[in-house]
Every structure is written in structure tokens, then in C-alpha cells.
Design a protein around this ligand. Structure first.
Ligand code: 3HC
Length: 657
């Protein structure tokens, strides 16, 4: 029989007496209005055909359904709504089975939950990621998931937004079976269910749960929420499923969903979602093919080099790590091995994958082995002379088509590139520590970098699971330049009357995991001090300069590692230190500054403005390509709360509200 078309994105075919409905709405089969319309048409058709015993719903391509169409959020609603479609599925008189291929997320999962049976292939992954978009499920997820898998597991999945693989979904009871041929299995299940009383998820009772386990799951979700509204609301709705009628639970869920969907928090997280998808896309690279990279050379296997090595190994690259001496190479291998082991223990890496990583790793004191590398990343001490000398040596070792990357936070990669015979093959990479965990990488497009080298660096970063943001050359790139402006403003406020702990408290209440002075203490004060001393001769004598951080360093207060910095850590915890107060008062006194009070609001407003102003300067200078790129850097590298959208989003909101 020929295929039936129910809408531009929903088709059907009758197979074995079953109507197989396929959602085909690239790229991720989001449930746009025409998908919802097509599904309703298909359900009506399937129900009306006497020769059809049931319906299978599946997705074309790699995804079953990637959720509601996020691009429709913020636009006037178009009928039929997803809850209406889902109600039609659950109440259908013939069995409907979801044949899940690939990702099934959010509204996609809600469709599957309402079906009378669910079968998945082993590529399927299930998730309710709504809280990551600042919303709660809006089409029955909070009410049907606990009925199927229990309250504790539902709180975990909906509250965290994490995705699970088919095997875990099976063990939780989220799917009835996992099969190599999911369609075949779904067809059989429809035949098994035909004529039997249908199991309608919404009509099931929620299985009883241990109150202590429910509370523990709730606590876990809330402890990660950091001021975000959606996780708490999601947990509340899941818990309510036990006590209220389905209809009431669904109504509460829908109104909460609609309210949150229109919130600033949701707008911020949508901005982050789309910014992430834009990151690393550069117009001038359109049509440019990245080079094939199989072997990555890493020079320097200290903390940063080992982290980069692990990220490269776990994404399938062969790695040649190089150190100056055999002893250092042995230490480097141990460090890498220990990091791999930690990844296994924390569940990020399977034991078999770790063995594969080890097999693809060589650590040596023979730099000549870098001749086999397609891409060499230097991660040695952040010193211009050390790095330029190394690059000159590498020129004579690596293949002519190999790419050279310098990992630096503050040095000028143009100067490093200029020291080589082929600056066109040099690119900058600024990884964040620990490099095997932190997603952000600033990819520095140097003066001479040719497009296919930049494209290759981006492809490598993506394959390593990183979030690459392209930036031009400037002191500190995007992140550290903004961080400097942010720190400068914070220090101005300290000099003018705010206490460091007041500033940190205001930032933490805003959603930063840690205030700037606590971060400063954790990172150590001495590196920035050394830089300030280097810059002293060229500093504008008329620019305002706060000396308090220098005075702390002169007193040997380098932060946590010395037990004291902006705070005192001698008791184990961060504590306000009267000695710092005295030092600050002396600095104010020396400049004749009369201290004044700063409200938490003023503190946050000034710091956000300092970040956004520096961001605007980076855009004007062409260092950053998009405001969203700046937001991603600050969120993923500097603890800016994602649910506030980043400094550029926040500034935009300020000017438009
Ligand atoms: N709506 C609209 N567009 C979407 C989308 C969605 N739900 N999900 C992805 N896209 C778009 C992306 O913006 C991107 O567009 P671009 O090519 O123009 O940049 C394109 O699809 C491809 O996306 P990815 O690069 O992320 O593709 P991947 O293959 O790497 O990942 C995915 C696929 C796992 C589905 C991932 O896109 C994803 O996680 N999507 C979001 C899923 C989600 O949050 N769903 C819940 C939506 S809210 C909801 O369902 C509410 C309901 O309860 C009522």
C-alpha cells in the first residue's frame, strides 16, 4: 500500500494490519504545529479503518521526537495543543505503541508515556529536559512518569533533566522492551495488545514510595537548583501525582508550564540553548573542510596537559604525550592514568573504554614522536619565552601539514605563531581546568591562522565534547578580559565601602556558585599579582588602581592554599577576617575615601554592567562574534548562572524592560 500523508511532517503506511505513523520533521522531529495536526489526522484515520488493529508511532532519522518545538515558545498557541494530542493517544480504542529510535525528549517522552506500550532500540535515550529550559513538562510528564516508574525515579529524571539510555529505561519500567529491530518489536506488541484491555498510563495508580527516599531525591534536586524555579515546581508536581486526580494534576502542570514558559528564567535558558547551537559556527568557514585528525600530540602532561589528554583519549583520539625527561613522562602517565581511573569511579567512563584509552596513549621524553601527530597542543608553563622556544623546535619535528595549538590563558598567540616558520598553521586554544571536565574552550583565531586550521581546531574541540567559542586575540581572550573588568569593579566597591563578603553574598544570592573574592582565593592571588607587577610600568597613571589585593599578597595571603587570602580558612571554612577589614580600612584611609553602604542590588547591578560593558567592547573590537558567545563563556567558564542567561542577555533585558 502507498504511503499516506497526514501533514507535511507526518506520514503513515499500513504494515501487517497496523498503521505505522512516522514523524519526519528534521532536524530533531520537534512537535511543531503541523506534527500535532498530522498526528491527530493519523489517529483518526487509524481508529476509523476496520482492517487496522492498532497504531505504531515512530520517528524518521536519528531521533524519535526531540520535544516540543522550542521555536514556537513565546508565539501565540496553535491548536491542537500537545496535551490534546496526548489525550487522543491515551484514550484511543486501539492499541498505540511507541517505537522509539534515538532521542526521545520532553514532549516526545510524554507522547511515548501516553502510548499503550513502548519499545526502543539500543540507540534510544529518554529524558525530560524541561527544567534545563526553565520550564516543567507541560503535557502530562509529571503525572504519567511517576505512575510508570515511581515517584523517586520520576523526581530524579524530571528534576535533573538527565537523559538515560535504553537499558536503564527498561530497568525502570519506562519501556516494555529493547530490541534491535524496534519497529518489528512494536508491530508484535500491537498484535499482542489488540483486543485486550489497554493499559492507560494515566489511569494507573502511583506506586507507593518510601517517604525518606522521596525526601532524599527531592533534596538532591533542590540542592542543585541554585535559585532556579523550575526544578522545585517539577518536584512539587511529581509528588502531587500521588495525591490528586489525574485531571487535576494535569491542569496544575499545564498552568505551571505556561506560567514558567513566559518567565525571564525560561527566556534566559532558551537563549543559552540556541547560543550553544550557534557556538563555533563562523561564516567565513562555510564550505571549509576540517582536516582529518587521528593522532593528537600533547606537550606537557601537568594538570592541564593531563586533562586535555584524557579529553582527547575518551573521545577516541590516539595521543602522544611529550615531557622533557623520562621521569616527568612517567609522572605524566601516572597522572593521566589516575584521571582516567577517577572518571571510571565517578561513572563518566566505562572500564572497557578506559582500557581502550590506555591502549591509545603513549607518553615519552622523545619529542621526535610528535612526527606522527596530526594536531599538537602545547600545554607547558604559561611563559612567552618558554612557549616561543618550544614552537620553534616543534617546527622542525612535526609534519608540514600538522596543526599547532598553544594553550594559553593570557599570552598573545600571535607572538608565539610569529616565532614559527608557518604561523598560518597555529591556532590558540584556551582550555579551562580540569580540562577533561570543563566544557568550555576558547578557540583563538590568530592573525595568520588559515580557515581550515581554525575549522580543524573547532572540529577537534567538538569531538572532544567541548563547547568551542571562537575569539580573536586580546589580553585574556573573552573570559579573562571580562573577568578582569568584573574583578576591577568589585575592588572599586570594596575600596568605596562594600565588604568582600557582602559582595560575595550578593553574587551568590544572584546565582553564582561562589562570589568573586572566594573564587579569587580558590584560584590563588599570586598569578594576578605577578601580572600586575609586569604591567605596572605601562599602566595608565591616571586610571584608578586599587592596591588592596597587592597588600594581601605582600602579607603572604595568597588564598586558600596559604590558609588566608580575602578570607581566613584556618578553621577549615571560609571566614571573614578582621585583619582584612583593617587592611581595607587602611587603604581607604590612605586615599581619603569615606566608606558608604552598598545594597546587594547595587552590587549586582554594577558588576553585571561592568561585565556587559567589557563584552560590548569585545564585540565592537571584533574579538567576540556574538553576544551569545560571551554569555556562554561566562556561564561555562566563570560560574555565571545559566538561568540568568549571561551578562549580555541580562544587559539586554535591562534595556528592553
Ligand atoms: N525545538 C526546536 N528546535 C530544536 C529542538 C526543539 N525541541 N531541539 C533541537 N532543535 C534544533 C537546534 O536548535 C538545532 O538547530 P540549528 O541546526 O538551526 O542550530 C538543531 O535542532 C539540531 O540540534 P542539535 O545541534 O542540538 O542536534 P543534536 O543531534 O546534537 O542533538 C537533541 C539532538 C538531543 C534532540 C538536542 O537538540 C536537544 O537536546 N534538544 C532539546 C530537547 C529538549 O529540550 N526538549 C524539550 C523541549 S520542551 C518540551 O518538550 C515541553 C513539553 O513538555 C510540553
Amino acid at each position: 500500500m502507498s504511503a499516506m500523508r497526514f501533514s507535511e511532517s507526518v506520514t503513515g503506511i499500513i504494515q501487517d494490519g497496523v498503521l505505522v505513523v512516522t514523524i519526519d520533521n528534521p532536524p530533531v522531529n520537534a512537535i511543531s504545529a503541523h506534527v500535532r495536526q498530522g498526528l491527530v489526522e493519523a489517529l483518526d484515520h487509524g481508529a476509523s479503518l476496520g482492517l487496522v488493529v492498532g497504531i505504531v508511532v515512530t520517528g524518521a532519522g536519528r531521533t524519535f521526537v526531540g520535544g516540543a518545538d522550542i521555536k514556537e515558545f513565546g508565539q501565540p498557541p496553535v491548536e491542537p495543543t500537545l496535551p490534546e494530542v496526548i489525550e487522543r493517544i491515551e484514550s484511543c480504542g486501539k492499541p498505540i505503541v511507541a517505537a522509539v529510535n534515538g532521542a526521545v525528549l520532553g514532549g516526545g517522552c510524554e507522547i511515548a508515556l501516553a502510548c499503550h506500550g513502548r519499545v526502543a532500540n539500543d540507540k534510544a535515550s529518554f529524558g525530560m529536559p524541561e527544567v534545563k529550559l526553565g520550564i516543567v513538562p507541560g503535557a502530562g510528564g509529571t503525572q504519567r512518569l511517576p505512575r510508570l516508574i515511581g515517584t523517586v525515579a520520576a523526581i530524579d529524571l524530571i528534576g535533573s533533566g538527565r537523559a538515560i539510555k535504553a537499558a536503564e529505561a527498561l530497568s525502570l519500567g519506562l519501556v516494555d522492551g529493547v530490541a534491535v529491530d524496534h519497529l518489528d518489536a512494536a508491530l508484535s506488541l500491537v498484535h499482542d495488545l489488540a483486543g485486550e484491555p489497554l493499559r492507560r498510563t494515566g489511569l494507573l495508580g502511583v506506586p507507593p514510595a518510601e517517604p525518606a527516599a522521596v525526601e532524599a531525591a527531592t533534596k538532591k534536586v533542590l540542592s542543585r537548583a541554585r535559585g532556579q524555579t523550575a526544578p522545585a515546581e517539577a518536584v512539587r508536581l511529581v509528588k502531587a501525582a500521588t495525591d490528586v486526580e489525574l485531571r487535576q494534576g494535569l491542569a496544575d502542570e499545564r498552568s505551571t508550564f505556561l506560567r514558567l514558559r513566559d518567565s525571564t528564567e525560561a527566556a534566559a535558558l532558551r537563549h543559552v540553548f540556541f547560543a550553544e547551537r550557534q557556538a563555533g559556527k563562523v561564516e567565513k568557514l562555510e564550505g571549509i573542510v576540517a582536516r582529518n585528525i587521528e593522532t593528537v600530540g600533547i606537550v606537557g602532561t601537568g594538570l592541564m596537559g593531563a586533562g586535555i589528554t584524557v579529553a582527547a583519549l575518551t573521545s577516541g583520539y590516539r595521543v602522544v604525550g611529550v615531557e622533557q625527561t623520562q621521569e616527568a613522562a612517567d609522572k605524566g602517565r601516572e597522572r593521566i592514568s589516575a584521571t582516567l581511573e577517577k572518571s571510571v569511579q565517578s561513572g563518566r567512563l566505562a572500564a572497557a573504554a578506559r582500557d581502550g584509552c590506555r591502549a591509545r596513549l603513549t607518553v615519552t621524553a622523545d619529542a621526535g614522536e610528535l612526527a606522527s601527530a596530526d594536531f599538537v597542543i602545547e600545554a607547558v608553563f604559561d611563559d612567552l619565552t618558554v612557549k616561543t622556544e618550544l614552537f620553534q623546535r616543534l617546527d622542525g619535528i612535526v609534519r608540514p601539514d600538522a596543526i599547532l595549538a598553544t594553550n594559553t590563558s593570557y599570552l598573545n598567540p600571535d607572538e608565539i605563531a610569529a616565532a614559527t616558520a608557518h604561523p598560518e598553521r597555529v591556532v590558540g586554544l584556551h582550555f579551562f581546568s580540569p580540562a577533561n571536565i570543563m566544557r568550555l574552550v576558547e578557540v583563538v583565531d590568530c592573525k595568520a591562522t588559515v580557515p581550515d586550521v581554525l575549522a580543524s581546531a573547532l572540529a577537534l574541540a567538538r569531538k572532544m565534547g567541548k563547547l568551542p567559542v571562537v575569539c580573536g586575540v586580546t589580553e585574556g581572550f573573552i573570559g579573562n578580559r571580562i573577568f578582569s573588568a568584573y574583578r576591577r569593579e568589585a575592588e572599586f566597591m570594596v575600596e568605596d565601602g562594600a565588604a568582600p563578603h557582602e559582595i560575595d553574598a550578593a553574587l551568590e544570592a544572584y546565582g553564582f556558585p561562589m562570589g568573586i573574592f572566594a573564587v579569587y582565593d580558590m584560584a590563588g592571588l599570586e598569578i594576578a599579582w605577578a601580572r600586575r607587577k609586569r604591567q605596572a610600568a605601562t599602566r595608565d597613571p591616571n586610571a584608578r588602581y586599587v592596591e588592596i589585593a597587592d597588600k594581601l599578597c605582600e602579607a603572604g595571603r595568597f588564598g586558600r592554599k596559604t590558609g588566608r587570602g580575602w578570607y581566613d580558612y584556618s578553621g577549615g571554612e571560609r571566614a571573614v577576617d578582621p585583619a582584612v577589614k583593617t587592611l581595607i580600612e587602611a587603604a581607604r584611609g590612605a586615599k581619603g575615601i569615606e566608606p558608604r553602604h552598598f545594597s546587594a542590588d547595587e552590587i549586582v547591578t554594577r558588576l553585571l554592567k561592568a561585565m556587559a560593558d567589557e563584552g560590548a567592547a569585545l564585540l565592537a573590537e571584533g574579538i567576540a562574534g556574538r553576544p551569545g558567545d560571551i554569555d556562554l563563556v561566562m556561564i561555562n567558564g566563570y560560574g555565571f548562572p545559566a538561568h540568568k542567561g549571561g551578562p549580555m542577555f541580562a544587559a539586554d533585558l535591562d534595556t528592553t524592560s
